[in-house]
Design a protein around this ligand. Structure first.
Ligand SMILES: C[S@@+](CC[C@H](N)C(=O)[O-])C[C@H]1O[C@@H](n2cnc3c(N)ncnc32)[C@H](O)[C@@H]1O
Length: 337
């Protein structure tokens, strides 16, 4: 069956306000936690790097970075050109307990997420693991998670699909493809492309339902492969990771980039669909707050384009590009020489 243009939807507008609404919810408990662990007082006399903040608070650098990025994006800290973060006038005036204008009592108010966030922050491990622990989730929880992921990526997929770095791809492997939200949009845009959603079996079952719903069974398939335990299928000239690197630590991202490099043909393209943090790690606020969900549920964070470049270069890729696509999303791409 060929794709029906009538069946395949196109969003009328970008979705920043929805991402703002969903991810910024955790800005308040993160600021309360920053106050609780004394972040603002520790930066009172002199600015510090994220590594120094991690050492001062005795937490993992990932946890320190996520906290610092959120409160910097809120305007309480400023990123200096040497990589250190210092208090802004707003932070100094309203967040130091010694200030007559301190908002402290307001911020220490109970928040339903604060306890989970505190545990994840101090342990450096997710307090409620999701994508990094899919094998252990109930079928109902898997379906809920994949349905939520679909809701937050299906519109953005339309902006990804139009990118010219996909124009030359004939066979695309969509690693951890979830519902197939990205593959479906790409298949709708490029009639030449064949896509394989690679995911765990319970997720493939859900993906096949979405593929059937939009009538792409002839060009979008689903392959049950554990990306860490099993060999990856070969013969692809494009490997896509949508919101996958942000789930994992840098070493695991290196592993994933390396596997993509191995199976790609020369001239093939690696593609990352992600919402990157600014290279200065002080915004955008919604992206910094999206990282709080990574702290609560996953092992990664929102990486910067500079960090993606380092990971892909480490695996041997060249011709790195990071292009804004839709909402807060970018398409990060590089070529296997
Ligand atoms: C954050 S979701 C991303 C889904 C989709 N790519 C998107 O952009 O919406 C992470 C995906 O990684 C998949 N995943 C987690 N562990 C996996 C594994 N060991 N092998 C294959 N896929 C895995 C999950 O099932 C999930 O679909």
């Amino acid at each position: 069956m060929s794709p029906s243009p009538n069946k395949y939807p196109v969003p009328l507008a970008e979705d920043h306000p929805l991402h703002d609404l969903i991810w910024r919810q955790n800005a308040l408990p993160m600021t309360a936690l920053a106050q609780e662990v004394g972040l603002f007082e520790r930066l009172q006399d002199q600015p510090a790097t994220i590594e120094a903040v991690a050492a001062m608070l005795d937490v993992a650098p990932r946890a320190a970075e996520i906290m610092v990025a959120v409160v910097a994006a809120l305007g309480f800290l400023e990123a200096l050109s040497d990589g250190r973060f210092g208090l802004t006038a707003v932070g100094r005036t309203y967040l130091l307990p010694s200030s007559p204008f301190a908002y402290g009592p307001f911020l220490s108010a109970d928040h339903p997420t604060l306890d989970k966030l505190r545990r994840a922050f101090l342990a450096g491990e997710p307090s409620q693991p999701l994508a990094v622990n899919m094998e252990t989730l109930s079928i109902e929880r898997v379906r809920k998670f994949i349905t939520q992921m679909h809701a937050t990526t299906f519109a953005a997929a339309s902006g990804l699909a139009g990118q010219d770095s996909l124009a030359r791809v004939q066979k695309l492997l969509d690693v951890g493809g979830g519902s197939g939200s990205l593959s479906l949009a790409i298949a709708a845009h490029y009639p030449q492309i064949q896509c394989t959603i690679m995911d765990l079996e319970p997720v493939c079952v859900i993906a096949r339902e979405y593929v059937a719903k939009y009538g792409f069974e002839d060009r979008v398939g689903a392959a049950a492969v554990d990306m860490f335990q099993e060999p990856w299928p070969a013969g692809y000239d494009g490997v896509l990771f949508g919101n996958i690197f942000h789930d994992w630590d840098v070493d695991t991202c290196h592993f994933l980039a390396q596997r993509a490099f191995e199976i790609l043909e020369p001239g093939g393209t690696i593609l990352l669909h992600e919402m990157p943090l600014n290279d200065t790690k002080d915004g955008p606020l919604t992206v910094a707050c999206f990282s709080i969900s990574m702290l609560l549920h996953e092992k990664g964070k929102q990486y910067t384009s500079h960090e993606f470049k380092a990971m892909l270069t480490h695996a041997g890729f060249t011709d790195f590009r990071s292009v804004p696509t839709f909402g807060y999303y970018h398409l990060v791409s590089a070529i296997k020489p």
